[in-house]
Design a binder for this molecule. Structure first.
Ligand code: ARG
Ligand code: ZN
Ligand code: CA
Length: 254
């Protein structure tokens, strides 16, 4: 694919306290990060080890807050819902007004991004392509949203939403989701086989699964490293996201 795809996003803020009711500025800072990272125009891409510089992908995706709502009325692309529920889990209750959350907008037109307080230290979660429209989209805890406001180190770089949108476009975790084994795959050819998740800010190289001398690509958005330690998608991952946008999520591109 040559051109850019520009995806309309609706951000649903579901809050039970003033701090959970994140500012427009915090939401805009998140959109800015998406527009940088999915074009490989993030300054820290220069930290990708030389051996992998050729694999860095410009995913050619852009994101904008929705300008019209499902009824065709002008909108700022943000819904705000006051809730009696203090925090949420991965059970999708935040995605329904009946359970104190906010209903999805049509998932064939919008990327739904719910912002709320998640429990158990969860940063976010996503629905892969092919699921129910009513729960489709990504959820990000407010302290990992964007780069300002309540965003809190080490997850204050807006990379949780980058990672979750990767899942939403069918990317798997780079270690293949088999914990520390070497048999799991992310179904992407140009990412090294890697044992398990990396966290924090690893030192290069970190060799597992006989993937030396270069080791794990822990600076990939689909690992579990800190926001300041992840800064690339590969060309193979970009091709996989493209395939999703050509098939399961084709309607989003029109
Ligand atoms: N734990 C989450 C998931 O598996 C997100 C991890 C995001 N990492 C980050 N550095 N922001 O979907
Ligand atoms: Zn993940
Ligand atoms: Ca593995």
């Amino acid at each position: 694919r040559q051109g850019l795809i520009d995806i309309p996003v609706v951000v649903h803020v579901v809050h039970s306290s003033p701090e959970q009711n994140v500012s427009d500025a915090q939401i805009h800072s998140q959109i800015d990060v998406l527009n940088r990272d999915f074009r490989a125009s993030n300054p820290d891409v220069s930290q990708v080890p030389a051996v992998w510089q050729d694999l860095v992908a410009d995913a050619r995706l852009q994101f904008h807050l929705a300008r019209t709502d499902p009824l065709g009325r002008p909108t700022d692309g943000i819904t705000r819902t006051e809730s009696a529920v203090d925090d949420w889990d991965t059970d999708d209750l935040v995605k329904f007004s009946l359970s104190g959350g906010q209903d999805a907008w049509p998932a064939d037109i919008y990327l739904n991004l719910w912002v709320c307080q998640l429990r158990r230290g969860l940063l976010g979660y996503a629905q892969f392509p092919g699921g129910a429209a009513s729960t489709d989209g990504v959820v990000v805890t407010h302290t990992a949203l964007g780069t300002t406001g309540t965003a809190t180190a080490p997850f204050d770089g807006g990379r949780t939403a980058v990672h979750e949108i990767g899942h939403w476009l069918n990317l798997r975790h780079i270690w293949g989701d088999d914990d520390e084994g070497c048999s799991g795959s992310d179904f992407v050819a140009d990412t090294p086989n890697q044992a398990g998740a990396n966290t924090g800010r690893p030192a290069f190289p970190h060799v597992t699964c006989n993937n030396g001398p270069d080791g794990d690509m822990f600076m990939n958005y689909m690992d579990y490293t800190d926001d300041a330690a992840m800064f690339m998608f590969t060309k193979g991952q970009s091709a996989r996201m493209d395939a999703t946008l050509d098939n399961a999520r084709l309607t989003l591109t029109r």
